[in-house]
Design a protein around this ligand. Structure first.
Ligand code: ADP
Ligand code: ZN
Length: 220
């Protein structure tokens, strides 16, 4: 029997809509205990609960701009200090997004792998404008590329779902998010390439990876 490495610390990096969320769910199937830390999800959760952090983040998120580094870095630093992270590592999804955040992350923790999900801009646009999720369990679907097996019913939890977009998944905000990504991505990718931690994955097609693929990618 192959023994899994007990701890993996991976950064998932790629433009909005590159499949970071979907890819994270697939990693969780192989490593069920690994915490999936999505800064976008944490911000949305805080927004929903109207916490001070949520209110602060709202104005930026609504425009598709980045929440300021200090706020984001503190939030992630907090999350990474928790017990589950010490024990099982993490999938970091949506962080770092700037060079300042990248350098801050290096101060906070080592990582094992920086995975770049590579997709062209027009595929992204289609994916994002068609994307929706199950309100009950969070499973992600797409009207064009990834509909549930039975229309209107969640594959994962069986709840009824309807097409309801994330509020920042509209054409104008998306353009901003993609521009921001393109502006920031280069130096971050270069940073991890230099540390020999960068690995690029073609994410043009819907990511349907087997357990073996995932293990190979994560080297577990
Ligand atoms: P996407 O990758 O689809 O743009 P996310 O769910 O990752 O969406 O993030 C949604 C929004 O949350 C971003 O547009 C931004 O306003 C904010 N956000 C998420 N992660 C970060 C980050 N690392 N730094 C600053 N803002 C962030
Ligand atoms: Zn569901």
């Amino acid at each position: 029997m192959i023994k899994l490495k007990s701890k993996v610390r991976v950064v998932l990096f790629g433009p909005p809509g590159s499949g970071k969320g979907t890819f994270s769910s697939q990693i969780k199937k192989v490593l069920p205990d690994i915490p999936h830390i999505s800064t976008g999800d944490i911000f949305r959760e805080n927004l929903k609960n109207e916490t001070p952090l949520g209110l602060k983040a709202k104005e930026y998120m609504d425009k598709g701009e980045l929440v300021p580094d200090e706020v984001t870095i503190d939030m992630v630093g907090d999350r990474l200090s928790k017990e589950d992270v010490k024990e099982h590592g993490f999938i970091l999804d949506g962080f770092p997004r700037t060079l300042t955040q990248t350098e801050a992350l290096t101060e906070i923790t080592e990582i094992d792998l920086f995975l770049l999900l590579d997709v062209s801009r027009d595929i992204i646009t289609k994916r994002i404008l068609g994307r929706y999720s199950c309100k009950n369990c969070g499973e992600i679907y797409n009207i064009y590329t990834l509909p549930p097996k039975t229309e209107g019913i969640c594959d994962k939890c069986g709840a009824e779902i309807k097409f309801e977009q994330r509020s920042d998944d509209n054409e104008e905000t998306l353009k901003n998010r993609l521009d921001t990504y393109e502006k920031n991505a280069k130096p971050i990718i270069k940073y991890y390439k230099k540390k020999k931690l960068m690995r690029k994955i073609n994410a043009e097609n819907t990511l349907e990876l087997t357990e073996k693929d995932i293990k190979k990618i994560l080297e577990v």
